[in-house]
Write a protein that binds this ligand. Structure first.
Ligand code: IVH
Length: 672
């Protein structure tokens, strides 16, 4: 073909291919068949082979990757890629709204009239993608540069790798593209593709990735872009960075424009007319996060008006016009020992620091001042370091080669975040399991100091033992008065009513945190189901892959698990989903079964039974494994014997009445 003609035909083909790529990968609505698409591609490849000098990096033929590079170039971000401030509670979002209105009210005088608190601001609400942040630069509508976020100011040039992503246009689809357009967003891998990738890797004897985010980040930072091309990655845009001449006034307009350019639509995007509606969005998606096929760690709420965004500006760390509402995260507990502080009403002196990369990423050093929060409102976590408070004495942290408690070798498996002691009966591991259980089950007072003592004294060697603790044993512990001991026993008692989801999370099954527990308890409502279920059935749940399924099956196959569950049952633990139990659920003794034997001194048995029923419990005449308590009066007889042999707790009349008063008091407090 004549050169001139070839140039023209190549241009037509590239446009056509980009358009059909968009129909297929972005809209999920192809207009032509795969064979037709391949035909266009082959024609273009043929012409490029004839005229190699006409090959450009942005030709669709280049999406398969290019020769490997030794290292990535550095890219300076002209507008830094900042972080987001975090919110954990609805009230944090309300405080954000107040702050925004206050700043706008005083900084922009004319606005003071428009924004006297009562007037609401429009907020754009989005999901917070848990992937890898990247910036894409387009010049004259052509993809020119793709970079990682890096430290926010400087990132790495990963253009060649990003070109392989079919959800990133190589040329913008709009008629009259701006001179310069920077699109920012996140590269993600879906749970399904992550599982498939890990399966392949295991089959090839390669180490699996720890999570989809690591898989996405690892794939995009490959020196060989052909490897990136083989990975299933998607790009979701969330904002416009630098632009030449800004044609839009609001964030939602900007997002609509980017979509017209050929990018994916932000899933779940919502314009909220008030902070209350933005809060509803956050809570709705927190509950529905299991429906999203990829990792989402929160929602982002942004002031929609771009000129207001500009007025609000940013701190060195984050913009004042946006906030991330973080969904609760399950964390493993390890040790970062700190000066005790009050957080959310309880004293915290330890936080999760199991992840060496995070310690490095956040640059947490021994001696640092840190900002704390409670992940999932339970487990303390270090958010950031106050570097400005350093005095030069701080030492970087070095992970030890041996377990500091039992001395066994400590290893970090590739693809895993945590370094682990290799000794399963290591005392620290056992007491950590108990501690994790207590924290997740809401026994806030049962902290590390107590658990370590319980373990050392032999009072609690596993999680079920916690429920056998008696007041006289508790008060023997160091720094434990009767008042505190009573409070802890109440917390222990109260934890029996926690949800099945909480219980599953509390067991600390490897790879099963809040999210997976949530997926599981949407399907299964009784602990017994978990003893029956097969790995295949588990894998039918969206978001549960072979390795998680295996972990669950292995856990429930162990005799030890059965033993613990039976003990928990005998202690009256709620082992079914409470939402499937009707009406009586709100009552304190729902699910509890009492058996009375022998003559009671202060009241007739019928009356005692009635009192149990009034509090949601049941009363029966014979003792079995299902019995929660046997109450003995005078001349108890064989029922007491049977209770003893089955390990059912036995109460005397006084203890029964005490328990009764306690639940009634608790209920009273509730209403107060
Ligand atoms: S807007 C100035 N929107 O979260 C920062 N960020 O913690 C504006 N992220 O670096 C960011 N989803 O990589 C925004 N819908 C979303 C997001 C999002 C994920 C990431 C982003 C940012 C990090 C901040």
């Amino acid at each position: 073909m004549e050169r001139e003609q070839a140039i023209q035909r190549i241009d037509v083909l590239r446009r056509l291919i980009e358009r059909h790529r968009w129909r297929y990968y972005v809209l999920d609505a192809p207009e032509i068949s795969d064979a037709q698409f391949d035909g266009l591609m082959r024609e273009l490849q043929g012409l490029e082979a004839e005229h190699p000098d006409l090959v450009t990096p942005n030709s669709p033929t280049q999406r398969v990757g290019a020769p490997p590079v030794k290292e990535f170039g550095t890219v300076r971000h002209r507008i830094p890629l900042l972080s987001l401030d975090n919110a954990f509670l609805a009230d944090d979002l309300r405080a954000f709204d107040k702050r925004v209105k206050r700043i706008l009210g005083s900084d922009a005088l004319p606005r003071a009239i428009q924004l006297p608190g009562a007037i609401d601001l429009e907020y754009a609400c989005e999901l917070k993608f848990d992937g890898l942040a990247v910036s894409l630069l387009y010049r004259q509508g052509q993809f020119a540069l793709g970079a990682t976020r890096g430290d926010g100011h400087e990132g790495e040039d990963i253009s060649t790798n990003l070109r392989t992503l079919r959800s990133i246009p190589l040329r913008l689809l709009v008629e009259d593209p701006p001179e310069l357009l920077e699109v920012r967003g996140e590269v993600i891998m879906t749970f399904a593709d992550f599982e498939a990738l890990n399966e392949e890797r295991l089959a090839r004897n390669e180490n699996p990735f720890a999570n989809p985010r690591n898989a996405a980040a690892g794939s995009v930072r490959q020196q060989d872009s052909k490897i990136t091309a083989g990975r299933k990655l998607s790009f979701y845009p969330y904002s416009v960075g630098e632009t030449s001449g800004s044609p839009f006034r609001t964030h939602d307009q900007a997002m609509a424009y980017i979509r017209a350019c050929g990018f994916k639509e932000t899933p779940a995007f919502h314009l909220a007319p008030s902070i209350e509606e933005a809060i509803a969005f956050c809570q709705e998606w927190q509950a529905k996060r299991g429906e999203i096929p990829f990792g989402v760690d929160g929602a982002v709420v942004k002031v929609n008006d771009l000129s207001l965004q500009e007025q609000l500006g940013a701190t060195t760390h984050s913009p004042r016009w946006a906030i991330a509402y973080k969904f609760p995260a399950a964390e493993e507990i390890t040790v970062a020992v700190m000066t005790p502080v009050e957080v959310d009403g309880s004293t915290v002196s330890h936080a999760s620091l199991h992840n060496e990369d995070e310690v490095r990423g956040k640059d947490i050093r021994v001696g640092d001042w840190v900002v704390l929060h409670k992940a999932g409102a339970v487990i303390p976590e270090i958010l950031s370091v106050l570097a400005e408070r350093r005095n030069g004495q701080e030492r970087p942290f070095q992970m030890p080669a041996n377990c500091p408690v039992c001395g066994a070798e400590a290893v970090r498996l590739e693809g895993e975040a945590a370094t682990r002691c290799t000794n399963i009966s290591c005392p620290a591991q056992v007491s950590e399991r108990i501690l994790h259980f207590c924290a997740v089950m809401g026994m806030e007072g049962v902290g590390p100091a107590i658990v370590v003592q319980l373990y050392k004294t032999g009072l609690a060697k596993d999680v079920a033992d916690v429920y056998s603790l008696r007041l006289e044993q508790m008060v023997e512990l160091e720094r434990m008065g009767a008042t505190l001991a009573k409070k802890l026993l109440e917390q222990i008692e109260g934890s029996k009513q926690q949800s099945l989801r909480q219980l599953i999370t509390a067991f600390g099954i490897p790879q099963v945190g809040w999210h997976v527990a949530d997926l599981l308890t949407q399907r299964y409502h009784d602990i017994e189901d978990f003893f029956q279920v097969s790995g295949e059935e588990l894998q039918a749940i969206h978001g549960i892959g072979p390795s998680i399924a295996e972990s669950i099956v292995v856990f429930f196959r162990q005799a030890e698990t059965r033993r613990i569950v039976e003990e928990l049952r005998n202690f009256g633990m709620q082992l079914r989903d409470t939402s499937s139990i009707q009406e009586n659920e709100a009552l304190p003794w729902a699910g509890k079964n009492f058996v009375f034997t022998g003559a009671l001194a202060t009241l007739p048995r019928e009356q005692a039974e009635e009192m149990v029923r009034a509090r949601g419990g049941t009363a029966s005449s014979s003792v079995s494994r299902k019995t929660s308590f046997v109450v003995i009066g005078e001349k108890p007889g064989s029922k007491a014997e049977k209770a003893r042999s089955l390990g059912v707790p036995i109460l005397d009349e006084g203890q029964f009445l005490e328990m009764l008063t306690r639940v009634d008091e608790k209920k009273g407090n509730h209403h107060a």
